[in-house]
Design a protein around this ligand. Sequence first.
Ligand code: ZN
Length: 315
Amino acid sequence: MEQNSSVFFDKKLGTSRIVVLLTLLLFSNILQGQVSTDSIKVKKYQAKAAKTQPFGQEAFSKTNKTVIRWTGNAGFLINSRGTTLMVDPLLKDFDMPVMIDYPIAPKDVPHLDAVLVSHSDNDHFSVPTIKDLAPHTTAFHSTVYVDSLMKNLGLNSFGHKIGETFEVKNVKIKSSPADHQWQNAYKGAANRFFKKEDCTGFLIATPDGTIWAQGDSKLMPEHLTMTPPDAILFDFSDSEWHFTLAGAVEIANAYPNTPLLLSHWGTVDAPDFAPFNGDPEKLKKLINNPNRIVVLAPGQPYLLKRLLKTTKKSY
Ligand SMILES: [Zn+2]
């Protein structure tokens, strides 16, 4: 405002015009005051996912490809030549308002060879979803801690240490490091101390390429030195308990050719809560090779393709 006011004392302006302009300035300040007071009631902009593309049994049938579908928030369905996995499925009854239609109801899922859960937060370990999936799911995989919670639910579950590998038919999976111990920072958030290994990511090696499902995590040095995955299920938000926007850019640019399938955005109605309100348009302006950002609608299929020049195995 100080910069603008100097113009009112330009010698070319007459006294009466100065008075009029000062009055306008005063009036505009009052208006601005009203706007800022009113804005408390006006909802902030939040980027929202495109219209859901519902899918049914066909998404679980055997093909000669690996197809990935984002199912909203941090959830994905991977069908690798007929081996079906879900990562962090959240398909019903979240305890915050949700802006999307879920692409499939969990009770309509015909079969899953595995459900992978990255950690115990209920936007990843959705007990209502898991209970509906359980009758059609061969096995559940997570951390040692989440496995103990799953065992309490009577699930056929397996807990893995970070770095451990396991197989689901033709797919080989490795638990990858993550750091998301937010509970320890807030008194009363949990009745236990959370360890780093209570949260994991997954490196999923399919016959058609390797997928890195990051889980929720702060940026760790290990995240920047991997063999480039062929797709990243990208934990995208500007939250201090996640990668932050700057960290997201760092990871994206560490693997400049890897497609980034954005997740953790556009799903939960929470414009004032950083973990859920990432905006893909912001990321597009900041990273190298932004055309590889894949902004899927919930349910929309994405065909996994191996990166050119990938010679080393991911682990
Ligand atoms: Zn989360």
